[in-house]
Design a binder for this molecule. Structure first.
Ligand code: ZN
Length: 420
């Protein structure tokens, strides 16, 4: 393994943070959704304070913000922010995570000791091929690891520590933010963009080395409700209208090739029924609509409407009601007005010897919402792989590279600011 350009404590910090169970929960009526997140947020708050950052705060919702003061004399360096979320996915246990370091990886399958059937296979993980000679961290087989997004948390903390002890590195003021409940889609609910006070920010929550993401889906959700008529089935002739059958007609009418998550990738969008609440009287189908081009969402919604109306034609006594709700929008619509935010990140990645790879995200990030809230926020890689799964892994070499990108990015913004 090549020794990292900046010797930081990112791995040590990471191994510590994963021990705290910060799994978020969909059904909760508190914010953050689980108390474990507050334990880590409080700890980060205290660590930032101990490091001597200024304006360290933790608000009533758990958001932790802090400032790394500028080291440059230039007056007009934009304030840039770095963000990571502390929660882990509700889909897999985060209780009692035991991180295991597999040193000097040789291309073998990684057997996770606490669950004999849990094996991270080399053949199923194409990115492992680039990790020969590196140290790989996994969980022990019964939990996720939590690299999503504690790797990002540790990388940001390590970069901050490094910058504070190396004031010779010139940079503008930096804002640091740690947030709860990203995994349940609420990460930006109480994010105070004004208080954060940065000109732009970067989430450090991406996957593969060199990746930079500036494009997410645009997303709406649709509820299609079919109303029928229920009556005693023994006396229903000529009266009953079974809305379950209307809904079935509707589902069967959805395109079978393309336009579904299971048949599309890359830049193709889809409509996706994912939940149904069914009874004779009334059946509602919840659907996701996704496309990279916001204008296409409207077309997909019209298509759904048309298929619903065709189902009602087959059952003329039924009726359909369609309700569309906006979820989030492709952050590219914002970021294309701030080309330097993306270009400076590309330059930082290049300076670490990597080729930036700009990949669309087939989902949303906190950054997509923040970008529309006035804080342009692309996503840079943290090195996370197989997230939300017991097969999660990360390499320490990738973590060091992510720290390097953060530090280079601070330099690039400073260098490119006009001298005053
Ligand atoms: Zn994440």
């Amino acid at each position: 393994m090549n020794s990292p350009k900046y010797a930081t404590r990112c791995v040590e910090l990471f191994l510590d943070y994963v021990k705290i169970n910060t799994q978020s929960s969909e059904g909760s009526d508190t914010f953050p959704s689980t108390p474990g997140q507050l334990v880590l947020l409080r700890r980060l708050h205290d660590e930032l304070k101990m490091l001597g950052l200024s304006d360290v705060s933790m608000d009533e919702h758990g958001y932790v913000f802090a400032t790394v003061p500028a080291t440059t004399d230039k007056q007009d360096v934009p304030v840039i922010g770095f963000l990571a979320h502390v929660d882990t996915s509700p889909e897999m246990s985060g209780e009692g995570v035991k991180a295991i370091i597999h040193r000097d990886y040789k291309g073998q399958d990684l057997v996770l000791p606490d669950e004999p059937t849990a094996v991270i296979r080399f053949d199923d993980n194409p990115h492992l091929a680039g990790q020969i000679g590196n140290d790989i961290i996994t969980a022990s087989g019964t939990t996720l690891l939590g690299a999503d997004n504690k790797a990002g948390v540790a990388e940001i903390m390590a970069a901050v520590e490094y910058l504070l002890s190396h004031p010779e590195i010139a940079h503008g003021a930096l804002r640091i933010g740690f947030t709860p409940d990203e995994e349940i889609g609420s990460g930006t609910q109480y994010f105070d963009v004004q208080k954060f006070g940065a000109d732009c920010a970067y989430t450090v929550d991406g996957e593969t080395l060199g990746e930079l993401q500036m494009e997410t889906f645009s997303a709406d959700s649709i509820t299609v409700t079919f109303h029928g008529f229920n009556t005693h089935p023994g006396f229903a002739k000529g009266k009953m209208v079974n809305s379950i059958k209307v809904a079935a007609e509707f589902i069967a009418g959805l395109p079978k090739e393309g336009l579904s998550p299971e048949t599309t990738e890359g830049y193709r969008g889809f409509v996706h029924p994912y939940m149904m609440d069914a009874s004779v009287e009334c059946t509602s189908v919840k659907m996701l609509v996704r496309d990279f081009d916001t204008a296409n969402l409207k077309e997909l919604e019209l298509l759904v409407e048309q298929i619903a109306l065709e189902a009602v034609v087959v059952y003329p006594d039924a009726c359909a009601e369609i309700n569309v709700e906006e979820s989030y929008r492709n952050m590219k619509e914002v970021l294309e007005h701030h080309p330097d935010v993306v270009e400076n990140a590309c330059e930082a990645i290049r300076r670490t010897g990597l080729e930036p790879s700009i990949e669309p995200i087939r989902g949303g990030t906190d950054g997509s919402r923040l970008s529309f809230m006035g804080l342009p926020t692309p996503n840079i890689f943290a090195g996370e792989h197989n997230f939300h799964s017991r097969y999660e892994w990360i390499s320490t070499s990738d973590m060091h590279k992510a720290v390097e990108v953060i530090i280079e990015l601070c330099r690039v913004w400073e260098e490119r600011a006009t001298t005053s």
